[in-house]
Design a protein. Structure first.
Length: 170
């Protein structure tokens, strides 16, 4: 029986040991900011899991999310984003990381599959060269990118600005 939520790690050695103890047949690594988590992310991760039997999700730390998404981000702290991702039934382990890409994680973990979302093609995945050198299959998973975190954040901020100051928050 799967535990209630996936454990969250802050070092690649910890997650590597956890994966080794689980003895999966086929490990998949997916990654992203997940700020905030939305339905497109859940579809990406569920589809990623279909390529193996153990899904590790690497979540960008706050500094990394800010570098990738810009000032004012992340809207949700890394620890909370990691716990939300880890609560999804398809996720087996979560790693919060600070690098700009997951090359180092690919090197250390050596998953069978590296899954990226549909905003990439196999040719545009930043870590493609590392994955090829290590014999890691790169797959594009999820549905067409019709959900964007920046749009969710913009709508939430616009709603907050337009709310009457005397009105209680929903």
């Amino acid at each position: 029986m799967k535990q209630a939520r996936a454990p969250v790690f802050t070092d690649v050695e910890g997650v590597r040991s956890f994966v080794a103890e689980a003895r999966p047949r086929r490990v998949v690594l997916a990654n992203g900011c997940f700020d905030p988590l939305h339905v497109g992310h859940t579809r990406y991760l569920r589809d990623a899991k279909s390529h193996g039997d153990f899904l590790v999700v690497a979540v960008n730390d706050d500094a990394g999310a800010r570098r990738l998404k810009g000032e004012g981000r992340p809207a949700v702290a890394a620890a909370d984003r990691a716990r939300l991702v880890g609560a999804l039934a398809c996720v087996d382990a979560v790693l919060v990381f600070g690098e700009d890409d997951v090359s180092m994680i690919l090197e250390a973990l050596r998953p069978h599959v590296h899954a990226k979302g549909t905003d990439y093609t196999t040719e545009t995945v930043p870590e493609r060269g590392v994955a090829e050198r290590l014999g890691i299959e790169t797959v594009i998973t999820g549905d067409a990118k019709t959900h964007a975190s920046r749009e969710v954040v913009a709508r939430l901020r616009a709603t907050e600005r337009s709310r009457d100051p005397g009105e209680p928050a929903a």
